[in-house]
Design a protein around this ligand. Structure first.
Ligand code: C2E
Ligand code: MG
Ligand code: MG
Ligand code: MG
Length: 285
């Protein structure tokens, strides 16, 4: 523990650190084969209209079932993939798979199906010169309209530079919608919101966590401010990481129309998400 402090703690810690570096290198090379070996798959976390309780959309979230390690969390392998550049082929696979799944839902459930699918996109993908063409190709091959796709990007991606800026404008021009993920945690300026073609703000879970029973106004401030900002800018706002009914009620009072979180649903396999679309009744009251 830290209180044992000093040199002794460090020498005991060091072998594990070296192990982590080795693991990262190995993880990277194993990830390389993961796509080919079909070890990756997607779960879909439903997004609800928290006023009517109806299913609104879903976010595709990648999972890796490693043959010996078991499930590896995206929190562990996405950063590795970003550093090595493997996020580019991995992200391409996710985009195509998610669009194919939405097309299947449209076929199987018609009007009951969600209209759009959310896909997370890393800045490395946006820096690729062919990204806009790739999105256009996937949409046309799966028979989707650009409005059926919401790409989730972070504030730091938006602030990355000219290439990324132009890519985002081109995607928006095409009709693809853009969501700012983990909103409120980045260090970018609010003026970016006016300069960029953003359609959706996703309030980061950390601000939803603060909405507990009896929380003071300070802890609610960011969540409330983001709802108002979205209203003024005529963007839609999604609260993510809702874990309790009291959070849901407070967020609804603040003006959030859309929400995502374990209280309503964890990320689901495609079949289970599809089953929600086959049920016309509201899922959350
Ligand atoms: P994110 O895009 O902000 O996704 C939301 C994360 O919060 C997901 O974790 C989801 O399972 C989790 N979550 C949702 N509701 C709750 C809740 O009520 N409580 C708690 N404790 N967690 C909740 P996940 O799937 O582990 O993904 C973590 C991050 O990994 C994502 O954050 C995203 O940044 C990244 N990621 C996942 N899939 C992809 C992908 O296909 N491409 C890229 N580039 N990044 C991805
Ligand atoms: Mg996301
Ligand atoms: Mg998020
Ligand atoms: Mg997040």
């Amino acid at each position: 523990a830290a209180k044992e402090g000093g040199k002794a703690a460090w020498t005991r810690f060091e072998p594990r650190m070296r192990q982590d570096v080795v693991n990262h290198a190995r993880l990277g090379s194993e990830l390389h084969n993961a796509i080919i070996r079909h070890e990756l798959f997607l779960l879909y976390q439903p997004v609800f209209d928290i006023v009517t309780g109806r299913l609104h959309g879903a976010e595709a979230l990648v999972r890796w079932k490693h043959p010996t390690r078991g499930f590896v969390s995206p929190g562990d392998f996405i950063p590795v993939a970003e550093r090595s550049g493997l996020i580019v082929p991995l992200g391409s696979w996710v985009l195509r798979e998610a669009c194919e799944q939405l097309a299947r839902w449209h076929r199987d459930h018609g009007d009951g199906a969600i209209k759009a699918i959310n896909v997370n996109v890393a800045v490395r993908q946006l820096r690729e010169s062919g990204f806009v063409d790739e999105v256009a190709a996937v949409l046309s091959e799966t028979g989707l309209m650009p409005q059926n796709l919401v790409l989730e990007v972070t504030e730091s991606s938006v602030a990355d530079g000219r290439q990324v800026r132009e890519t985002l404008h081109a995607l928006h021009e095409m009709g693809v919608r853009l969501a700012l993920d983990d909103f409120g945690t980045g260090s970018s300026s609010l003026s970016l919101l006016r300069a960029f073609p953003v359609d959706v703000l996703k309030l980061d879970k950390s601000f939803v966590d603060g909405i507990t029973e009896g929380a003071d106004r300070g802890r609610l401030a960011v969540a409330a401010a983001v709802a108002q900002l979205a209203e003024y800018l005529q963007l839609s706002a999604v609260a993510e990481g809702i874990e309790s009914e009291s959070q849901l009620i407070r967020l609804r009072e603040m003006g959030y129309r859309l929400g995502q979180g374990f209280f309503m649903s964890k990320p689901l396999p495609a079949e289970e998400a599809g089953a929600l679309m086959a049920t016309p009744a509201p899922v959350v009251a």
